[in-house]
Ligand binder design. Structure first.
Ligand code: SAM
Length: 226
């Protein structure tokens, strides 16, 4: 299988790389070729975040902004973060076309100094990373979450590799329920399970196997157990 100019070998090297510049260049090159994931929001996000009251929302690894713009259209005050300056430029253009404002930040989420406890909703959609980077990015998400706030994560599940359509071909960047429960220990877990999503790649249609993780930070300090 070939992903345009990025061979599976290069994707694998990126996926297990700890080199921030290599990861940023990889995404910049992919985004430079056009719209990668569409302009419509992710269907799993729409289903679960439609129920979240508008507030301050943080979209980490926002890519070209499809989810950030949808959240802004729902009335959230959105901050969207990505390491790729190309993606951030495209997210800003998408927001302008939709007639909404979003705050954008071009940063590596793992090292970003997130405003502590500021966000009522924190979103991570398909930010697939090897374990050390994954735990650092998830720690940023956890820090940004306000008391009583909701964390929404959707990602390619580990089982997608053999049984699902699309997604990265590298097991190191796929997640499962146990890893997510450990990364977000201390939050009240509302959902942590596999979900199927209709998908198509290279003319093959079927279901992608995602993991959906939704959790709430307890409103009262005494209810936090971390
Ligand atoms: C598969 S794309 C998903 C984009 C978007 N969330 C969506 O669903 O359309 C993954 C995104 O995560 C970003 N990303 C991965 N690791 C990151 C990091 N450490 N800091 C900032 N962005 C990161 C990539 O640049 C890329 O835009």
């Amino acid at each position: 299988m070939r992903l345009a100019r990025f061979s599976t070998v290069r994707l694998r090297r990126y996926a297990v790389s700890v080199d921030k510049n290599e990861a940023r260049d990889y995404w910049n090159e992919r985004y430079g070729r056009g719209c990668l994931f569409g302009v419509e929001p992710n269907v799993v996000l729409v289903e679960h975040c439609s129920k979240v009251a508008p507030g301050r929302a943080l979209d980490l690894g926002c890519g070209q902004g499809r989810n950030a713009v949808w959240l802004a259209l729902q009335g959230h005050q959105v901050t969207a973060v990505d390491q790729s300056d190309v993606a951030i430029g495209q997210a800003r253009e998408l927001a302008a076309r939709a007639g909404v404002e979003i705050e954008t930040v071009t940063e590596d989420v793992a090292g970003w100094d997130v405003p502590d406890g500021e966000f009522d909703l924190v979103v991570l959609a398909y930010v697939q990373l090897p374990s050390d980077q994954r735990t650092a990015v998830h720690a940023t998400a956890r820090r940004g979450l306000a008391r009583g706030g909701t964390l929404f994560l959707v990602a390619h599940h580990r089982d997608n590799l053999e049984h699902g359509v699309g997604g990265p071909p590298t097991p190191e960047v796929l997640f499962d329920e146990e890893e997510l429960a450990a990364d977000f220990a201390g939050l009240q877990i509302l959902r942590n399970e596999k979900v199927l999503r209709p998908a198509e790649r290279d003319g093959v249609s079927g279901n992608a196997i995602d993991v959906l993780f939704v959790a709430r930070r307890p409103a009262a300090p005494e209810d936090e157990n971390d």
